[in-house]
Write a protein that binds this ligand. Structure first.
Ligand code: ADP
Length: 209
């Protein structure tokens, strides 16, 4: 998934992972978990997280490598964030024989993003959800992350969805699109599609995005 902060990657990543029975690998969550447990890695990245700056590529790539080897499928959330990370991730995926089937872009306009992130700040108390840091994270997204989308477009795996609408509706559209793609990629049009059922995912819709 590629999307600006606040677009709903956390929420939709959980929905996709639950639907397909695959792990949701969220680099931000993994990093915050290290900070919360006060591990050496957590101590080394805390300042960067607080300021909304990127942690070194090796750190996130190592975490993702570990998580990706434990299952056949995956939903990546928070990586790649730069073109360098996109290339490194592609090389890693080729090595593990798990290249991405889909690059999912969640589109939300900036005003709505800032509104959502400020609202989230009141609930989660995340250290990087202050107005200054939010604006820096958005700037960084447009500078270094957004350009990656063109690369996935050229590879022919880009799927963009309008993520301004309510989370349940966005989730329904994503799962429907992914089910159709799954069927096409399996090469068997008669393969039964999993029903798109969001009724049991209340917990996922309560999480941050
Ligand atoms: P956001 O809601 O801003 O997308 P995340 O939870 O994905 O937040 O990430 C929070 C922070 O973790 C980022 O601001 C950055 O400091 C760090 N981080 C997460 N993923 C990466 C990555 N792939 N490369 C570098 N830093 C990362």
């Amino acid at each position: 998934m590629i999307a600006a902060p606040g677009a709903g990657k956390g929420t939709q990543g959980a929905v996709i992972a639950a639907h397909f029975g695959i792990p949701h690998i969220a680099t931000g969550d993994l990093l915050r978990d290290h900070v919360a447990r006060d591990t050496p890695l957590g101590q080394s990245v805390q300042g960067l997280l607080d300021r909304g700056e990127l942690v070194p590529d090796e750190v996130v790539l190592d975490m993702v490598r570990g998580a990706m080897t434990t299952s056949d499928g995956y939903v990546l959330d928070g990586i790649p964030r730069t073109m360098d990370q996109a290339r490194a991730l592609y090389a890693l995926a080729v090595e593990l024989d798990r290249t991405a089937d889909v690059a999912l872009h969640l589109h939300v306009d900036d005003d709505e993003l800032v509104r959502r992130l400020l609202a989230r700040a009141e609930v989660t108390g995340r250290s990087d959800d202050t107005e200054d840091v939010i604006r820096r994270r958005l700037r960084l997204y447009y500078e270094v992350t957004h350009p990656i989308l063109a690369w996935y477009g050229e590879r022919g795996i880009l799927v963009s969805v309008d993520a301004r609408r309510p989370a349940e509706l966005v989730g329904r559209h994503i799962l429907t699109a992914l089910e159709v793609l799954d069927q096409v990629m399996s090469g068997n049009p008669d393969l039964p599609r999993r029903p798109v059922d969001l009724t049991g995912l209340g917990a996922a819709f309560g999480s941050s995005g």
